[in-house]
Design a protein around this ligand. Sequence first.
Ligand code: NDP
Ligand code: 8X3
Length: 255
Amino acid sequence: MKLSGRTVLITGASAGIGAACARAFAEEGARLILCARRAGRLEEAAEKLRGAGTDVLLLELDVRDQAAVMERIAGLPAEWREIDVLVNNAGLGRGMDKLWEGSPADWDEMVDTNVKGLLYVTRAVVPGMAERKRGHVINLGSVAGHEVYPGGAVYCATKHAVGAITRGLRMDVLGTGIRVSTVDPGMVETEFSVVRFHGDEARAKNVYRGMTALTADDIAETIVWVATRPPHVCIDEVIIKPTDQASATLVHRTT
Ligand code: NDP
Ligand code: 8X3
């Protein structure tokens, strides 16, 4: 399917995979609604994209805020309301403590963002797709939605939930023409680990020590591939890992 002139809403577009998706969809000629909390970051990205001729609308939004999600998406300017592709990417890991020593505040943040935030945005966007009988929801799952690893119980639970929501939505929209996909990466070097370790850059860097991680652009390229299949083709699920990673915990390192 050609994306030229299509409207794509990307959550978590201020960094990492979401920002790379913005660049990749722009290259396909899409119009972009970029959503995140950090308006300054979005503005910087938008300036570059607009300079290259892309039509961009910024949506400063915390996906955990149900009322704001509903109001802001319902209140989009008329020319931006027909969303063709929704990339549900906003998400995070917080902490890697053993479950019984973990922080409930970290759990809330992960569940509220990765699960409830994704649900709110989906609830706000999909009715329009159903009316128009076309659209594509692409969720960011993870290998953490297929496996569980020590210190990752809650993050993995949220990504298992994303898998269940993806499969359930796929069933619920059957017959509407809407496609639903999940792209599930292994290790991608973004700000993810810095956020997970509450800003500890050294600990974050160590996650990717001696191995070649995926880049945000690798994932964006995959997401654009998923979105550009012919309308009768739905890629339900893609699992993509670095060659150096065989499972969530089995990683080949040279140092
Ligand atoms: P980054 O930390 O680099 O980017 C996360 C993005 O999510 C930022 O733009 C951030 O924007 C946004 N975000 C976080 N919380 C909210 C919120 N409450 N409301 C709106 N936006 C929010 O991480 P990645 O790019 O790596 O992660 C993107 C997705 O990919 C996540 O769902 C993650 O779980 C998933 N993933 C990542 C992997 C990895 O190894 N990096 C592997 C597998 C999956 P802001 O702070 O400005 O709001
Ligand atoms: C992020 C990848 O392996 O840290 O979803 O869970 S991992």
